[in-house]
Design a binder for this molecule. Structure first.
Ligand code: ATP
Length: 371
């Protein structure tokens, strides 16, 4: 019926809900043996993508394949894919064990499996309690237990960390990682990178229905660079002097400061001294993954006019940008942020605009050397 590979392939998936382009030409592959995070802010299209993958929503275009087949052609899909799409509508008066037994019967596994999966998710002692009295975190565990009933090769979980306390998140991390290490496939969605950062090996980051990054989390981490935030007496003079010194990763911040990448604070101070520019503030900022995530998903740190260039596309081996990417309108609020100079902004000297002081990396979402 299927190829047994454990691979998930999403090919050019597109879903249009009337005027809403929920998912646009999305492509990625999830390999077995690792945990893949499917990340994006609220409304990015994660749930719609997963629902298309699981045969619950018909794509406008493209296809989602599990083990080389569309979900509907998997035979007994409950034995191949375990999925949790949202906090499930458990019958509130039914005990967790009874709930699991109903589902076990539906996919043809013995009743005894209900107790096994209760144990797996840490609910063994609460199996006789009614699901209606469960906390949100316990409901998440019960939903996961339901997904595990068929001992599936593939787990697809939508926001599984929602409602879990720190101990629960740590438990989930260990559980999913060991599940993947046993050669199985795990795809989990989240709108918070920090929530899954320590759990996932690969990430697919989407925004407004389009792929922004697709690849190992380690590659994304390695692109992080710190930057120096500086408040000079004369922005144009300092930018010019930095450029003369070969520094190109310079970005004007909305608060009037400039951010300089690829240098340390001493270098910036030395250049300013040489150029006769006073420094009113100097701060070294360590980049973090969360900021990179924001850059990729809403462009709020990106340069005017060319926000959120997907970093993956600058690396070999990644997929091409989705069609129509360039035409994508800026996010709400973006224009406003840059239309007016920030308070304290100093007009650059003549010629400053023509000779783009931010350098060639300006417009790459402030990423890497551009930040
Ligand atoms: N059935 C539907 N009818 C119309 N629009 C829909 C429907 N389902 C989703 N959408 C829209 O599609 C877009 C993507 O929604 P989706 O739920 O897939 O995002 P998400 O990334 O899962 O968000 P969240 O993190 O908030 O769950 C949103 O604009 C949403 O309003």
């Amino acid at each position: 019926m299927h190829d047994g590979s454990g691979r998930i392939v999403v090919q050019n998936l597109t879903k249009q809900f009337g005027p809403v382009a929920a998912v646009q030409n999305l492509s990625f592959t999830v390999e077995p043996g690792s945990v893949t995070g499917f990340l994006g802010p609220n409304g990015a299209g994660k749930t719609t993508t997963l629902r298309m993958l699981l045969g619950l929503v018909t794509p406008t275009a493209g296809i989602g394949l599990i083990n080389g087949r569309p979900f509907g052609q998997l035979g007994n899909p409950g034995r191949v894919v375990g999925a949790v799409l949202e906090a499930q509508g458990f019958h509130p008066k039914r005990t967790a064990r009874d709930h699991l037994r109903v589902y076990a019967a539906a996919i043809g596994v013995p009743d005894s499996r209900a107790d096994q999966v209760l144990g797996l998710v840490g609910l063994a002692a609460a199996g006789d309690r009614k699901a209606g009295g469960y906390s949100l975190g316990m409901k998440q565990r019960l939903a996961l237990a339901t997904a595990l009933l068929g001992d599936p090769q593939i787990l697809v979980l939508d926001e599984p960390a929602n409602g879990l306390d720190p101990e629960g998140i740590a438990w989930l991390r260990t559980f999913l990682q060991s599940y993947a290490r046993s050669g199985r496939t795990v795809l989990i969605s989240s709108h918070l990178l920090a929530e899954v950062e320590q759990t996932v090996d690969q990430v697919v980051i989407i925004s407004r229905g389009q792929t922004m990054y697709y690849g190992p989390l380690d590659h994304l981490r390695s692109r992080q660079q710190g930057r120096v935030l500086v408040q000079p007496s004369d922005v144009g003079a300092l930018v010019g002097a930095l450029r003369e010194d070969g520094v190109t990763a310079i970005e004007q911040l909305p608060d009037g400061r400039i951010a300089v990448g690829g240098v340390d604070a001493k270098q910036v101070a030395d250049t300013a001294l040489k150029a006769g520019v006073s420094i009113y503030g100097l701060q070294e900022e360590k980049a973090d993954l969360e900021r990179l995530f924001f850059q990729l998903t809403n462009g709020q740190y990106a340069a005017p006019g060319q926000y959120a260039q997907p970093v993956a596309y600058q690396q070999p081996g990644y997929q091409a940008p989705p069609q129509g990417y360039q035409q994508q309108p800026p996010p709400p609020g973006y224009q406003q942020q840059y239309q007016q100079p920030p308070p304290g902004y100093q007009q650059p000297p003549p010629g400053y605009q023509q000779d783009n002081p931010y350098g060639p990396q300006h417009g790459q979402g402030g990423l890497g050397g551009g930040a």
